[in-house]
Each structure stands twice: as C-alpha cells, then as structure tokens.
Design a protein around this ligand. Structure first.
Ligand SMILES: Nc1nc2c(ncn2[C@@H]2O[C@H](COP(=O)(O)OP(=O)(O)O)[C@@H](O)[C@H]2O)c(=O)[nH]1
Ligand SMILES: [Mg+2]
Length: 301
C-alpha cells in the first residue's frame, strides 16, 4: 500500500518536473542574486512565466516580501509552499458518486484529452467494481467513435454509439435507456469540441443536457471540463466559456507532464474556484490522478 502511494507520488513528481524546474530554478537564484528585491522580482517573473497569472504571482510575492526574515532558502520554500497550498486547497473537492446511474458529461475543445480521460476514468471506476457505460457523443469526428470504442475494450465497458454524423442527443438518449436496462453505476458521455462553431457547439451541449435531464432528473450530475495545461491562460478562457453555457461542476487538467506552464492550475483555482477533480500526467491508463492539493504542492516545490 505504502509502496503504491509512493510510486504514485513519484510519478506525479516526474509529471510536474518541467514546471518545478521553471519555478524552483529561480527560487534557488533568490539567494544567490544581488539585492533581495531583485531576487523577489525574479521569482515573480518565474511564476508568471509558468502561467500562475499576474494577480496570483503578485499576491504570492507580496506575501513573501512581508514574511521573509533573514536569508533562509528553506523558509522561503516553505512560505512559497504555504501560499500555493492555500490557493489550491480551495478547489480540492474529489468527485463523489452520489446517484445511480451517475451521469458524467465530459466537455472541452478538440485535442485537450477528453476521450483519453474518459478511458482512464472508465478503467479507474471499473477497477473499483463499478459498472461503467460509455456514450460516444462526439459524432462529429469519425475517429472519435473508434477511439472511444478502443478505450471501452481496454476497460471492458460497453460503448453506446451511432453512426458518424449522428445526433449526439440521440446517443445520450440511447445511453440513458441502456444504463437503466443494464443497471449501470456510471455513464460517461464523450462530446464534440470543435470551437470554430462555438455557438452551435454550446447549443448542442445544452440539448444533450436537456435530453439527459428528461430521462433522469438531475442528470448530467457532473459537467466535467477537460483543460490542457500546456495551453496556459487560454485554458482559463475556455473554462469561462463552457461554464457560462453549461455550468461546469468539475475540472480535469491534462498534459501537466508535457509543460512548464503547470502554474496555470493556480490561475484556474484562483479565478474560477471550480473544483479540480483530476489531473493528467501522461498518456497511459494510470496517468490520471485524483487531485490532492498537498501532494501537488509537495511535488511542485
Ligand atoms: N502527455 C499527455 N498527453 C495526453 C494527456 N491526456 C491526453 N493526452 C494526449 O492528447 C491527445 C488528444 O487526446 P484526446 O483524448 O483525443 O483529446 P480530445 O480531442 O479532447 O478527445 C492524445 O494524443 C492523448 O494521448 C496527458 O495527461 N498527458
Ligand atoms: Mg475525443
């Protein structure tokens, strides 16, 4: 058990290495540079470059300036950890499965990692003994349906689909009926993410939401938005857009492993205050972690 937890933390640490290096390189420099003020400014710059956001970076560094006494790198590290933790713990609210079937609608623009995240989630829930049903609601891209079927096979879950170009509302309708017949615990719905027809996409998502609610009041219980950490501040804008349209209840931040811009999680937490449910630190089935603010900060700093 302990071994497994430790391995989980190590892979989180490895995943966050690039952001860690971007921020911490400058923390070490804080004590080797010229004046204290220069050094703090350098740290502020590092935080901004890792996409923490200007407001958060300024707050954090102002806090450090007020609290720093003496020239102790360990103290600075601890202050920095505390400041970041106090922002992130506000959005640490793991997903709770409160209904049967519990319907999760997965949202996000193309390429952020929706289908991959669904595959990882399906495998996680299945391994916990829950029966999962997947619904191929991204009917816009032919490959998306096959991709979801591939994940369904790997996680051993049925996939409800229609032909490419079909109506996503009809897919969720079929999926809700199938979930009832099969007594599924969890339904996970994939959706399209083409953003060049923004208005149509949002209208389509609202329709899917209405179909789900008609079949089961309260569904979809979770509107889970997937954001790609490597897109930096863009991710915050996407979150605003989707939140206005469908009311996002949880966030998955993917691709933290491939970027030095992992600080975006702090901007997301501070500006949106939407729970961060999971983080993605790689492409394989085990690379989805339940978001834990303390582990995250420990791995980052
Ligand atoms: N490195 C890395 N790649 C990821 C992660 N999540 C998804 N991907 C990759 O991102 C690409 C797009 O993923 P996909 O699930 O098809 O995105 P969708 O268009 O939103 O459904 C694929 O190549 C995935 O393997 C992650 O956490 N880390
Ligand atoms: Mg997809």
């Amino acid at each position: 058990m302990f071994k497994k937890l430790k391995a989980g933390f190590e892979s989180l640490k490895a995943g966050l290495a690039r952001t860690h290096n971007a921020i911490m390189g400058n923390v070490e420099a804080v004590f080797t540079g010229e004046s204290r003020e220069d050094q703090l400014e350098r740290l502020e710059e590092a935080l901004i470059l890792s996409d923490v956001g200007v407001a958060a970076a300024t707050d954090i560094v102002d806090g450090l300036r007020a609290r720093l006494i003496g020239n102790d790198p360990e103290k600075l590290k601890n202050y920095l950890k505390d400041s970041i933790y106090s922002i992130l713990r506000e959005v640490e609210r793991p997903l709770e499965i409160t209904n049967t079937p519990f319907v999760i609608m997965v949202l996000g623009v193309n390429g952020v990692g929706k289908t991959t995240t669904i595959g990882k989630l399906a495998s996680k829930f299945s391994s916990e003994g829950k029966s999962v049903l997947l619904a191929a609601g991204d009917t816009f891209r032919a490959a998306a349906i096959e991709q979801l079927e591939g994940w369904g096979q790997r996680a051993n879950c049925p996939v409800i689909r229609q032909a490419h170009g079909g109506d996503p509302g009809a897919v969720i309708f079929d999926a809700m009926r199938a979930a009832e017949a099969r007594r599924s615990d969890i339904v996970i719905l994939d959706t399209a993410g083409r953003l060049h027809t923004k208005v149509n996409l949002m209208e389509e998502l609202k329709k899917v939401q209405r179909v789900a609610a008609r079949e089961l009041p309260g569904a979809p219980h979770e509107r889970l938005l997937v954001l790609d950490a490597s897109t930096g501040q863009n991710a915050v804008n996407q979150a605003r857009l989707f939140n206005e349209a469908v009311g996002v209840t949880g966030i998955v931040l993917t691709k933290l492993d491939g970027t030095a811009k992992g600080g975006i999680i702090i901007a997301i937490a501070r500006e949106l205050k939407i729970p961060i449910r999971f983080i993605g630190v790689g492409e394989t089935i085990d690379d989805l972690k339940v978001f834990d603010a303390k582990d995250f900060v420990d791995a980052l700093i």
